[in-house]
Design a binder for this molecule. Structure first.
Ligand code: COA
Length: 261
């Protein structure tokens, strides 16, 4: 397992835990941390031993408090576009991962932190979780997919209110508007909840899981026909060994043994 400067990785029972580890800067995403995040998720794509992923922040105070504002003085029109596109590309790797990715959102998830959490498939928060897109207060806008994913998750009016005021929403509101899937008391509880959900997902056929993620993501793409993707994926499932195993196991009144084939 590679050694990173700003990320800690651990693997337990098929679950990779990615912890962004710059607590003295509230886990702000500087260039190095983003590069390391990219490597982590790319490795997770390839590692057959990893079946699901949890993303969280070190410490109790922050998931990620945003892109690293200390690096903003370098930004101009030319590299600003690259900055945005690079973040979008890396977060798309999380969204498009065919293994389930859950964000355990401890503390502040602001700016790029909110955007990272939203690129994960599910989000679990704690009593001190705060989401926000405060970029307009700095004279910029969310650039790592936030304008799109926040709108998808909470709807246009709520997304506009959050992005135009820059104000944070707490965990109860986040749960109510659909930013959080679950709200628990502490970070430990959130990790345990994330693991429970992942183990429930792991009972199911791996190919089908990946296809559901892909089809649901297609619902938000303007360049593909989600219904066509769904029909193609369904057909692919029908020729899989796992489909035969799932249907046979049901009829034989036993638990299926899926192999991801
Ligand atoms: N980029 C760089 N450094 C950051 C950061 C960010 N996004 N967010 C926090 N930090 C740093 C602070 O500069 C401070 O570093 P220092 O101790 O060397 O001065 C450290 O993290 C602790 O933050 P601090 O502001 O002292 O904590 P706080 O409890 O008073 O406030 C926040 C917490 C989250 C409200 C506040 O840090 C904040 O507003 N951060 C920026 C959020 C933001 O605008 N994100 C979007 C960026 S596009």
């Amino acid at each position: 397992m590679p050694i990173y400067k700003n990320i800690i990785e651990s693997v337990d029972d098929g679950i990779l835990i990615i912890t962004i580890n710059r607590p003295e800067k509230l886990n702000a995403l500087n260039t190095m941390t983003l590069s390391e995040l990219k490597k982590c998720i790319e490795n997770a794509y390839d590692d057959m031993g990893i079946r699901g992923i949890i993303v969280t922040g070190a410490g109790e105070k922050a998931f990620v408090a945003g892109a690293d504002i200390a690096e903003f003085s370098e930004l101009n029109e030319l590299n600003g576009r690259k900055f945005s596109e690079r973040g979008q590309e890396i977060f798309a790797l999380f969204e498009n991962c065919i293994k389930p990715v859950i964000a355990v959102v401890n503390g502040y998830a602001l700016g790029g932190g909110c955007e990272l959490a939203m690129s994960c498939h599910l989000r679990i928060g704690t009593e001190n979780t705060f989401f926000g897109q405060p970029e307009v207060s700095l004279g910029i806008i969310p650039g790592y997919g936030g304008t799109q994913r926040l709108t998808q998750l909470v709807g246009k009016a709520r997304a506009l209110e959050m992005m135009l005021t820059g104000e944070m929403v707490g965990s109860n509101t986040a749960l109510r508007i659909g930013l959080l899937n679950h709200l628990v008391a502490t970070k430990e509880d959130a990790i345990a909840k994330a693991k429970d959900i992942l183990y429930n997902i792991f009972k199911n056929a791996p190919l089908a899981i990946g296809m559901v993620i892909n089809c649901v993501n297609s619902a938000f793409s303007k360049s593909v026909d989600g219904y066509q993707i769904e029909a193609n994926s369904f057909a692919n499932c029908c020729k899989s060994m796992d489909f035969k195993e799932g249907a046979t196991a049901f009829l034989e009144k036993r638990k299926p043994e899926f192999k991801g084939e």
